[in-house]
Design a protein around this ligand. Structure first.
Ligand code: FAD
Length: 478
């Protein structure tokens, strides 16, 4: 029996969340080791955000060239050099991964899978490690196939979709969330006949209906087939093609394609961790249970990122990692403020970006609100550059005008949303927002229009109430 190595903190998993936790703990003076079996780099760099956005850059450019006629640029039909695109992606990703690995190697890096043997001790690839505190950051894995026949018929998941040397001639996308949308639109734009099969009436069923409906229409307009309200019954082979059989409005239907892209999400990666030995409570779908301070049922073990199944996003994993590290090393009880952290974006075209509460969430919580929207096809800068798809929406408190949420479906939404994030960070009202200078002509100006409309509505209501009129609708949902 070898003696165990000792650290103040052992971080299990060196992805985005784990790396941020390790850095924070070291800056606080703790002795830190990271356990990770590799491949090193984490999901975002190796098989998530970065490879997907690198490929989408090519498909968006393809689409831009096709649309160039609108801006009086005449060009021949573009052709994607698929192997060259994949080679570029591999080169770009290798650069990011090498940089991350250099960072990981500045820590005591234990290359092996970690497994708890008791509440404080772990086995890392045959090495015994004891730590005062442990942060579990093992991420997520692709959800197991959910439909009869899918495994036998064969499919690609996002890992494979991002690394295919040659695209399929046609693809059925199972799923309507962000990974399905981003990569489904990518396939379509590089020339793959693409069909979505989704259970809900629209893509992005978790978003507000106006956003999901508009995005569904835009994707249909560019030639993507979307079979909605379809309940998949089975998947089977049809000669050298693959068939998805579903029930829709009580009738059986089917679609066929060369490949199936299974994009129905990911589940927390807890297999093989020895959670019982650690005294941690976990669930296969919702992941490791933690309290507001990211402590598990074992107060010396914290968990962060995708493995806790809250908001599977890089910036959330990083923020949780930093907070868990401070709590572990300094024995603090800081908690995560998800009010803003749950902000997210989807790199479709047009893009989607959301911060704060949605209408659906406010209605479900019974919170009154006012809403105003403004379309990009009436906005000067958007018209000038020919990017007129989508709209912005602002939600505010009916009496104080505090901004409760902003949604953008449109060009550069993933960047434009940051103004709203900053405004909400400082708990700005629509009255503040309209006083903040906005340069002209910019896409960012568009957010001032719903803010102005809300100012007028709130001031109108105030004047009416001072006059003693009956109050106008305190909330204007939908
Ligand atoms: C296609 C796709 C696109 C995405 N795009 C975006 C995007 O645009 N924006 C965004 O914010 N998010 C995006 N995400 C999500 C994002 O990648 C994840 O939320 C994020 O990477 C999670 O970080 P993490 O630190 O929790 O886990 P990971 O980065 O997955 O790290 C987990 C680490 O744990 C290690 N590990 C596993 N088991 C063990 C063990 N037993 N012992 C030790 N180590 C172990 C793994 O090797 C890995 O290095 C995307 C995901 C996908 C799949």
């Amino acid at each position: 029996m070898t003696t165990a190595r000792h650290y103040d903190l052992l971080v299990v998993g060196g992805g985005s969340g784990g790396y941020a936790a390790a850095r924070t703990a070291r800056d606080l003076g703790a002795s830190v080791a990271i356990a990770d079996p590799g491949p090193l780099g984490g999901l975002c760099i190796l098989r998530g955000c970065m490879p997907s956005k690198t490929l989408i850059a090519t498909s968006d450019l393809m689409y831009g060239v096709r649309e160039a006629d609108l801006l009086a640029v005449r060009s021949a039909e573009p052709r994607v050099d698929y192997p060259a695109m994949i080679e570029r992606k591999r080169r770009v990703i290798k650069g990011f991964a090498d940089y991350r690995i250099e960072g990981l190697e500045t820590f005591e890096l234990l290359q092996g899978p970690a497994k708890f043997v008791d509440r404080r001790e772990l086995d890392v690839g045959g090495v015994r490690v004891r730590a005062k505190n442990v942060i579990v950051a093992t991420g997520s894995v692709v959800a197991p196939p959910a439909f009869p026949g899918l495994l036998e018929t064969g499919y690609i998941d996002s890992d494979a979709a991002l690394d295919e040397e040659k695209p399929p001639s046609s693809v059925i996308v199972l799923g309507g969330g962000y990974v399905a949308i981003e990569l489904g639109q990518f396939f379509s734009r590089v020339g793959v006949a693409t069909t979505f099969v989704i259970r809900s009436p629209r893509l992005l069923s978790g978003a507000d209906d106006d956003v999901g409906n508009a995005l569904t229409d835009y994707l249909r307009d560019e030639g993507i087939r979307i079979v909605n309200r379809a309940f998949v019954e089975r998947v089977e082979r049809a000669g050298d093609r693959k068939r998805v059989v579903f029930r829709r409005d009580g009738e059986e239907g089917a679609v066929e394609a060369q490949e199936i892209f299974y994009a129905l999400g990911r589940v927390p990666n807890i297999a093989g961790l020895g959670v019982e030995a650690a005294g941690i409570v976990s669930h296969p779908i919702t992941g490791v249970e933690v309290d507001a301070t990211l402590r598990t049922a074992n107060p010396n073990v914290f968990a962060i990122g995708d493995v806790i199944g809250r908001y599977p996003l890089v910036h959330v994993a990083i923020q949780e990692g930093e907070i868990a590290a401070r709590n572990a090393v300094c024995d603090k009880h800081e908690s995560v403020d998800y009010r803003l952290s749950k902000a997210h974006t989807i790199f479709s075209d047009p893009q989607v970006a959301v911060v704060g509460e949605t209408e659906k969430e406010l209605l479900a919580a019974g919170r009154p609100f006012l809403r105003a929207t403004y379309p990009f096809d009436d906005h000067g800068k958007a018209i000038a550059i020919g990017k007129t798809k989508g709209f912005v929406k602002m939600l505010a408190g009916p009496s104080d005008g505090r901004i409760l949420g902003v949604q953008i479906l449109g060009p550069e939404a993933s960047d434009l949303i940051h103004e709203a994030i900053v405004a909400m960070y400082y708990r700005a009202t629509v009255f503040d927002f309209v006083r903040i200078p906005h340069l002209h002509p910019t896409l960012a100006e568009i957010l001032t229009y719903p803010a102005e409309e809300l100012v007028v509505a709130i001031e109108g209501a105030r004047t009416a109430s001072e006059r003693g009129d009956l109050p106008i609708a305190a909330s204007v949902p939908g």
